[in-house]
Design a protein around this ligand. Structure first.
Ligand code: CA
Length: 224
């Protein structure tokens, strides 16, 4: 899952980025409205966190333009503006949730998880597929009831494939959802993570779909 942060306060932005990475999200950070708007338009983000008071293009205008383009990306608004009219306006022009500054990063992460869950059409907080269970809040996963020892990136990849509900996902799309722009990524990074996960679960847990990429295995499916 990859998140775009648009925030012009440097120390706050750094804190939010660190918190999101701890939550196993890839994050890209823009510091003004115009570049944030372009990134949402062109990017492959699963969610945007948007400050309202931004240089060049105001947050409200960013939301208006994104929605007028037909983008359905979930948007969480952050703002120090305490006037109820700003909150109302943000939500009415198309934001999905609102968090007033200052806030607790634990609450920010909980709201991010809830928005992603809703945008995926899920009511249950945990992800389940066959013998695999994953708790996005605690970043823990079990396989046949056994706790899995996963790296943050392996957890992210499993969460991504579970959100696809068995549909295959292209290798390069997986990579775009796992890594931000500024991260050094080996060309075979996704394959390496898949290999590690197959060892930790079982070979058939992740299927190779020829010509496409990877999908979560159904029960009993063998790896190709
Ligand atoms: Ca601001």
């Amino acid at each position: 899952m990859r998140i775009l942060l648009v925030e012009d306060d440097l120390s706050l932005g750094e804190g939010i980025c660190a918190a999101l990475r701890r939550g196993a999200f890839a994050v890209d950070w823009m510091q003004e409205g115009a570049s944030g708007l372009a990134a949402i338009r062109d990017g492959e983000f699963d969610l945007a966190i948007l400050d309202l008071g931004l240089p060049r293009v105001d947050g409200i205008e960013v939301i208006r333009q994104i929605r007028s383009l037909g983008h359905a990306i979930p948007i969480l608004v952050l703002s120090a503006r305490e006037r109820p009219s700003d909150r109302t306006l943000g939500l009415d022009v198309g934001a999905d949730d609102y968090l007033g500054k200052p806030f607790d990063t634990a609450e920010l992460l909980a709201r991010v998880r809830a928005l992603i869950r809703r945008s995926a059409g899920r009511a249950q907080p945990n992800l389940e597929a066959g013998a695999l269970r994953l708790d996005p809040a605690t970043l823990t996963a079990t396989w046949h009831g056994r706790a899995l020892d996963l790296t943050r990136r392996e957890f992210s990849l499993l969460r991504l494939l579970m959100e696809q509900r068995g549909r295959p996902m292209a290798r390069d799309a997986i990579q775009r959802h796992l890594y931000g722009w500024n991260e050094d990524v080996a060309s075979n990074a996704v394959d390496v993570h898949v290999h590690a996960l197959r060892r930790k679960l079982e070979p058939g847990a992740i299927r190779t779909v020829r010509g496409i990429g990877y999908a979560l295995g159904g029960s009993g499916d063998a790896a190709e």
